[in-house]
Design a binder for this molecule. Structure first.
Ligand code: DUC
Ligand code: ZN
Ligand code: ZN
Length: 481
């Protein structure tokens, strides 16, 4: 009789297509059997009465990333992925962020070195292109895609990061040639910049004014423009961090015309609102992120957009900054909203907060939770079926949930290095008791057992996903391939 390295006994196994009771057998880091009664394994976890989901795939998070302002975010690969693992996420896609003048190749090498040293969970990188000059697109990009870096992000806003429309077209064109996914931060730069200046001139500088400084229409306008350009070239596009009802409706309209455009939203847009920024003094700065938190009506629209397939992933957009001079208060103890670093920590709490909202409070089912937090992100970014699902042949990345455990979230209960959590005070039900990464138990009864550097890079070949539809506009077709 063949004994597996590890057997997860008798759990309620959840996949995107259904939920069933089974044993899961694991050998050599891989799921090798799923059956109602497997022979005893060399190791076992008793999961009777527990839910078993695929390890989370967080396809948008910023780790050990240098901002254009020169500010380093609060986490190293070790602290960020420690918090990810404790919250049930076993795969992350952070960024390798180029700034103007830099070699993209050197940037990617640098992030590789940092991740190899610190990462506890498996990882790939999206490359941020802030300076898509011809030699980067022609000489550096092809080799990087060949090495497995087949997704990239561009910004349509922010000084020193944003690309102009013509540069964006260059990026879309190169991505199409090399088979890359393109992700975009879609907000109208002029509207944000103009509105920010006007608010500050009027003395409206406290954290809550960050919200109107990123007008809702700035998001819808830039999403529409970005999709129009991607449709013009016939290049698949991911709209990151959709925060408004109008943004989601814009994506849906283009999807209805057959354009290959995907949409992501994040935990915070579904579970926090702009009211969180309206606190005395500078406290509201803890909730400053971009796009900003919105209204309950937007939350409702985003849930609906997830239910009808307009949006297909929920990421954390983990972007941690401490509430001190190394982070949000780098410009002094009382900065204007414009001078405050944008971002929240979220790697650890993404799955527990969503499990509570979707599975326990009934916003969606367990299968939807799995699809939106693991299976779809893995599929969209070329990691499926190795990651994001429970199936024979897939990596044995699993979370065993104590679905009844109640947790009162406090600043002290999280394990990243930002020093606070935007979800403090919330009581949630359900928490990962065990987390398995490639067959190894990395979290046991809530305690971490993995070593930094044990996470592995996941190369993703260009042209293996994110394929064009073949419907280029006649104008662009004149240019040949
Ligand atoms: N965009 C992101 O994707 N993350 C953090 C801040 C931002 O503007
Ligand atoms: Zn962004
Ligand atoms: Zn982000």
């Amino acid at each position: 009789m063949v004994h597996c390295d590890l057997v997860i006994k008798g759990g309620l196994v959840a996949t995107e297509t259904g939920v069933f009771e089974a044993d899961i057998g694991i050998t050599n880091e891989t799921i090798v059997a799923i059956a109602s009664e497997l022979p005893m394994g060399r190791n076992e976890i008793d999961a009777r009465g527990r839910i078993v989901t695929p390890g989370g795939v967080d396809s948008h998070c910023h780790i050990e990333q240098l901002a254009a302002s020169g500010l380093m975010n609060a986490d190293t690969f070790e602290s960020a992925t420690r918090s990810a693992a404790l919250g049930g996420t076993t795969t992350v896609i952070p960024f390798a962020a180029q700034h103007v003048g830099m070699s993209l190749k050197a940037v990617v090498e640098d992030y590789h070195e940092r991740a190899a040293k610190g990462a506890i969970v498996d990882y790939a990188f999206h490359m941020i292109l802030a300076d898509p000059r011809p030699e980067i697109l022609k000489d550096e990009l092809p080799a990087l895609v060949e090495a497995g870096h087949s997704s990239l992000k561009v910004f349509l806003t922010y000084d020193r990061l944003r690309v102009e429309d013509e540069q964006f077209l260059d990026v879309l064109w190169a991505a199409r040639e090399h088979g890359c996914m393109v992700c975009v931060h879609a907000e109208n730069h002029g509207m944000i910049s103009w509105m920010g200046k006007k608010l500050i001139e009027k003395g409206l500088t406290s954290p809550k004014y960050h919200v109107p400084s990123h007008p809702r229409l700035a998001e819808a306008e830039a999403i529409n423009r970005a999709i129009a350009m991607a449709a013009f070239i016939d290049q698949p596009l991911m709209i990151f961090h959709v925060s408004t009802a109008e943004g989601a409706a814009t994506i849906r309209r283009w999807q209805g015309q057959g354009v290959k455009v995907y949409g992501e939203t994040c935990t915070q847009y579904l579970t926090l609102t702009s009211a969180d920024l309206d606190k005395p003094g500078i406290e509201g700065a803890m909730w400053i992120c971009s796009p900003p938190l919105r209204d309950p009506a937007d939350q409702e629209a985003l849930w609906q957009a997830l239910a009808n397939g307009t949006l297909t992933t929920i990421s954390s957009d983990h972007a941690p900054y401490r509430m001190d001079e190394t982070g949000k208060l780098a410009k002094g103890p009382n900065p204007t909203f414009k001078e405050t670093a944008n971002g929240l920590a979220g790697l650890e709490l993404r799955l527990p907060v969503l499990f509570d909202a979707m599975v326990k409070k009934g916003r969606a089912g367990l299968a939807d939770f799995v699809r939106l937090t693991a299976t779809e992100p893995a599929r969209i970014y070329g990691l499926a079926p190795k990651k994001g699902t429970i199936a024979i042949g897939s990596d044995a990345d699993l979370v065993i949930w104590d679905a009844e455990r109640r947790t009162k979230i406090t600043h002290e209960t999280t394990h990243d290095d930002s020093g606070y959590t935007a979800y403090a005070g919330r009581e949630i039900e359900g928490w990962p008791s065990h987390v398995v990464r490639r067959g190894q138990i990395i979290v046991r009864d809530g305690g971490l057992e993995a070593t930094p550097g044990s996470g592995r890079f996941l190369p993703r070949p260009g042209g293996s996903y994110a394929l064009p539809t073949g419907n280029r506009t006649p104008e662009v077709a004149l240019l040949g391939d």
